[in-house]
Design a protein around this ligand. Structure first.
Ligand code: TXA
Ligand code: MG
Length: 342
């Protein structure tokens, strides 16, 4: 299959979005920009098309998908009840990078929810994602548009690198603003639980829902046999081919450590302006302390490390790194929990 990569401009975007909407309604899957990461979209009401997403990504069959909507009318037809908590979150954070888990209606095929009675829903703020859903007139099921296990995609080129020949079209809306996936919060239990940290933090959510908590499993490794509240939490994730190790400590200690242990084809991931102090090849993933800037670059840098054919990569972490931050959450998974204190 030939994959069309369409760079959107003011002149062509209306027509390209119409073409993509037509493909969705024909049961095809399309690469689409959102504010968080690129998504791999299918008509959420078309079970066969949704099944194709799992094939194309090589995604485990028990990891459910997020359904994307363009307005609250769509929410009405896919969830049993818009609870007061859900309405409050939607008012404050939608459209935007927040995904809400609620009880689903029968309109959502089991292949999306992987047999769970719930569905994860998000209203993206990206103008292309929003216009495409509106044009198609159906909710769009979309996981991140990467091969399963690899870092998520934050440019159309990343999507092309992973999925060329497997999907008919990718809409190129430029690099993603946020850079990490949405915050996922479940409202189906006794109290609101954040299942996946994102750029919208627990503190922000608590301004709306004061009793919200963050799932233990989002900040800690699952114990053997422990059940994952969100199936996505149990899989190896975001991993480049290079072996990733997180190194927590001061710049001085980090530099000493990597100089001692790094092989000649190893890379370091540091903060802006630190390159001079580190004696192995190194690439910055953002300004120290600026989690939004780090989130924006993280996946792109993890992918770059593979293009450089690095065998391993050492990622600098400040001693006071917040384990509940979205950036740490992605890094600890990409490192399969390997952290060194220096
Ligand atoms: O920002 C995002 O959320 C991006 C863009 C494309 O919207 N999408 C995304 O999808 O990250 P994906 O499939 O890579 O991650 C979906 C996450 C997984 O961790 C999955 O386990 C969780 O949402 N999830 C989906 N449905 C769920 C449900 N019913 N209950 C609990 N967790 C659910
Ligand atoms: Mg994903």
């Amino acid at each position: 299959m030939e994959t069309q990569l369409i760079k959107l401009t003011e002149e062509n975007s209306e027509e390209a979005i119409a073409q993509a909407a037509k493909l969705l309604l024909e049961g095809k899957i399309v690469g689409i920009p959102t504010e968080t990461v690129y998504g791999l979209g299918a008509n959420a009401y078309d079970a066969a098309a949704v099944r194709e997403i799992f094939n194309v990504k090589g995604r485990p069959q028990d990891n459910p998908l997020i359904v994307h909507i363009s307005d609250l009318m769509m929410l009405n037809s896919i969830v049993k009840e818009i609870t007061p908590e859900a309405a409050a979150l939607a008012r404050r954070f939608w459209p935007g990078p927040l995904t809400i888990v609620l009880h689903k209606t029968e309109r959502i095929p089991d292949v999306i929810s992987c047999g769970l009675p719930t569905v994860a829903v998000r209203m993206p703020v990206h103008p292309v994602a929003s216009a495409l859903i509106r044009k198609a007139g159906v909710p769009v099921a979309a996981p991140s548009a990467n091969l399963s296990g690899l870092p998520s995609t934050t440019t159309a080129q990343h999507v092309y690198d992973d999925l060329k020949g497997k999907i008919p079209m990718i809409l190129d809306g430029g690099p993603c603003d946020v850079g990490v996936e949405s915050t996922v919060i479940s409202l189906t239990g006794e109290r609101p639980v954040i299942l996946r940290p994102g750029i919208i933090t627990l503190e922000q959510i608590r301004e709306v829902l004061p009793d919200a908590v963050i799932s233990e499993a989002a900040t800690h490794e699952l114990a053997p046999g422990e059940k994952a509240e969100s199936p996505g939490m149990k899989y190896k994730h975001y991993s480049p081919k290079a072996d990733v190790t997180l190194v927590r400590g001061s710049l001085e200690h980090f530099a000493q450590y990597v100089k001692q242990v790094a092989a000649c084809d190893a890379y370091a991931m540091c903060f802006d302006g630190e390159e001079e102090s580190i004696e192995i090849p190194c690439i910055s993933y953002g300004a120290k302390g600026d989690l939004n800037a780090q989130a924006r670059r993280l996946f792109s840098v993890l992918r770059a490390v593979d293009r450089f054919n690095a065998s391993s990569v050492f990622v600098r972490l400040e001693p006071d790194t917040d384990p509940a931050s979205a950036v740490y959450n992605r890094l600890i998974r990409s490192a399969a929990n390997k952290v060194v204190e220096v």
